[in-house]
Design a protein around this ligand. Structure first.
Ligand code: HEM
Length: 285
């Protein structure tokens, strides 16, 4: 596909009826909260692979769950309404389970057991929430198809360019730049096509054309509500990681205080004993 011409861009930013624009307009506040929170933590994660991998692990479980449900819809014999809509716009090239698996294998030294199942409370609750809400309202999958995937072409681009310079995250390899080495662990942001922006534009266009007339107003409202929930739960996952790391540091500190306290206690008792024995000897002789 060559570059899209201006008149081929659907939806136009001024099209206030387009579902994608309605989602973006209604979630500005929630996006700003998560944007600030991710940006702050990301600055730390750029220097510490253990924090970076905790972050992408959360996204992995969300993408994996959503993509499992998308496949379920697409492959069912009697295609549901949502399956029909998905078949008009879903593009396998945007799927992220496989690229994220590669990244996590890179950051967890090829050990899939370390990330296969969600362990943090917020990640487990997020996955359960997707499955449960989907059972009642399968159309909420379309909220994920917009929010989680278009994030990759906007914020994701910015994050990828910072990762390409993150010397603290990737090893120095002779004859290769950090940008080249970073490719092994940043598949999340790679689409292996010449121009990501063309994929983004065609995905957005097909999403709009497929959803414009097929969904009821109530379904669109449910999707907008779910989009807010996605931002809130992403923010919760980030807070969960932060809390976990804070507790780890505190536990380490209290462990040190207990251990050092123990040795200092022994030292003080020994000095006190020596002092006491000397005074006793002086007193006796
Ligand atoms: C979990 C985190 C995030 C999610 C789910 C998310 C999601 C989104 C979505 C759905 C859009 C609209 C895209 C479109 O309609 O084409 C967007 C736009 C954008 N996001 Fe994020 N985002 C996240 C974090 C971030 C972060 C950390 C940054 C900054 C580093 C960022 C920067 C942007 C920018 C610059 C835009 C484009 C705004 C515009 O064109 O008006 N986002 N994001």
């Amino acid at each position: 596909m060559s570059k899209l011409n201006q008149h081929e861009i659907i939806p136009l930013p001024t099209d206030i009826g387009a579902l994608a624009n309605r989602i973006n307009m209604s979630t500005r506040k929630e996006h700003d909260v998560v944007n600030k929170s991710v940006s702050l933590k990301f600055a730390v994660a750029l220097r510490d692979g253990k924090i970076y991998r905790q972050g992408i692990q959360g996204f992995y479980h969300v993408f994996k769950t959503v993509e499992m449900l998308i496949q379920q819809e697409l492959q069912s014999d009697s295609k549901s309404k949502i399956g029909g809509i998905l078949s008009k716009f879903w593009d396998e090239r945007v799927a992220r389970t496989e690229p994220l698996t590669k990244d996590l294998l890179y950051f967890y030294n090829n050990d899939p057991k370390k990330f296969q199942h969600p362990i943090r409370k917020e990640q487990i609750e997020f996955v359960d929430h997707i499955i449960e809400t989907y059972k009642e309202k399968p159309h909420i999958l379309l909220a994920y198809c917009h929010v989680m995937y278009l994030a990759l072409f906007a914020g994701g681009k910015i994050m990828n360019s910072k990762l390409a310079k993150a010397t603290g995250l990737f090893p120095q390899v002779d004859g290769q730049t950090t940008e080249q080495v970073s490719k092994y662990g940043t598949n999340l942001y790679q689409f292996n096509i010449e121009d990501d922006q063309i994929l983004r534009a065609s995905y957005k266009r097909d999403y709009e054309l497929a959803t414009r007339h097929e969904l009821t107003e109530q379904e669109k409202l449910d999707i907008i509500e779910e989009s807010k929930e996605i931002y809130r739960r992403n923010a919760d996952m980030i807070r969960g990681i932060e809390k976990h790391n804070r507790e780890k540091i505190t536990n380490k500190l209290s462990y040190k205080v207990v251990v050092y306290g123990y040795y200092i206690g022994i030292l003080i008792s020994t000095f006190a004993l020596i002092f006491f024995v000397r005074r006793l000897i002086n007193h006796l002789f």
